[in-house]
Design a protein around this ligand. Structure first.
Ligand code: 5GP
Ligand code: ZN
Length: 120
């Protein structure tokens, strides 16, 4: 872990230095509930390794990104999203990203959902 990321919010959550409602952990990933949910089920799938967004991902991240996507349906279902779910990935300020440690949002559950548009 580089010193540069000592104060990164999601690095700190992944290291257990900031509490979260964790639902899944392995050597590569942590998954926890969003603190400000936009839907009844709102999870964040977060790699332990810090990279800012998909803009900074490369071929070495292929397996990790596939693992994140394949985990989404499993955890959505476990959390009660029985009729489908949505994956949202905001990339860069223009993409509405607010926490600059790459993550996938997994949203599900009964409507209404809050808008996730930038500048909400
Ligand atoms: P982004 O806009 O970067 O794609 O999404 C960042 C998400 O992180 C937001 O949905 C926001 O509610 C969530 N978030 C921000 N701070 C915290 C925190 O301290 N704990 C948790 N669990 N979620 C957070
Ligand atoms: Zn980080």
């Amino acid at each position: 872990m580089s010193e540069d990321h000592a104060n990164c919010l999601f690095c700190r959550i992944a290291r257990g230095q900031i509490p979260s409602r964790m639902v899944y952990e392995d050597e590569d990933l942590v998954v926890f509930h969003d603190i400000h949910p936009a839907a009844p089920i709102h999870l964040l799938i977060v790699p332990r390794r810090h990279f800012s967004s998909l803009i900074d991902a490369g071929p070495d991240d292929l397996a990790l990104l596939g693992k994140m996507l394949l985990l989404a349906p499993r955890l959505a279902l476990e959390q009660g999203a029985t009729d489908g779910f949505r994956v949202v990935v905001n990339n860069g300020a223009g993409g509405g990203q607010e926490v600059f440690h790459s993550h996938f949002h997994v949203l599900g559950g009964p409507r209404p959902w809050r808008s996730m548009s930038p500048g909400r």
